[in-house]
Ligand binder design. Structure first.
Ligand code: IMP
Ligand code: MG
Length: 176
């Protein structure tokens, strides 16, 4: 495993992204919705840096069922608070192909929020397969499989305080 971003690097990137969100929201109330499970660590850090009155909720979306292989996406909105007429910020860990963010945004738009924008910790460069882009991204990274700061490989490593890239030998053949 190779460290890509230290805990200090992550902090700097998240603080800078929070500043941009604060400036653009200009004190207006915001409903912040984290995509479970990968956004948990970012969500916890980000909401403590926001300076407007905020509501916080979660939505569950999962596509990586095993290892690094993308399976069909399932979205569970049962835990999500009311978003109609509210300014919403969707928070996810990483924008890879973009299918997760694009589908969750599409579903949430149908619930008629006043506005909806998205932010991610990481954007994988050159991997997008959709025509939406996150509104805020803390870091652009190359196309490598990363873990830590909420991101997992087979449900492990979410608790690492830094971000690391798995080496090819650390990814099981079955999961590719
Ligand atoms: P997308 O739908 O391809 O953009 O993938 C988004 C989801 O896939 C993220 O919310 C992550 O859960 C997962 N994912 C994509 N790339 C990685 C990675 O490098 N490490 C861990 N999870 C990833
Ligand atoms: Mg995820």
């Amino acid at each position: 495993m190779k460290t890509l971003l230290s805990a200090d690097d992550l902090r700097t990137g998240v603080v800078s992204m929070a500043d941009r969100i604060n400036r653009s929201q200009a004190g207006k109330p915001l409903t912040v919705i984290g995509v479970l499970t990968g956004s948990l660590v970012l969500l916890a850090d980000l909401i403590r840096l926001l300076d407007m009155p905020s509501r916080v909720g979660v939505v569950q979306a999962s596509s990586y069922r095993e290892g690094i292989k993308r399976g069909p996406l399932t979205i569970n909105v049962e835990l999500m608070p009311k978003i109609a007429t509210r300014d919403v910020l969707l928070v996810d860990d990483i924008f890879d192909t973009g299918h997760t963010l694009s589908e969750v945004m599409g579903l949430m738009k149908r619930l008629q929020p006043a506005s909806i924008r998205s932010c991610v910790l990481l954007r994988k460069v050159g991997c997008s397969q959709v025509d939406v882009e996150p509104d805020f991204a803390a870091f652009d990274i190359p196309d490598v499989f990363v873990v830590g700061y909420g991101l997992d490989y087979c449900d492990a490593y979410r608790n690492l305080p830094y971000l690391a890239a798995l080496e090819p030998g650390e990814i099981s053949r079955d999961s590719e």
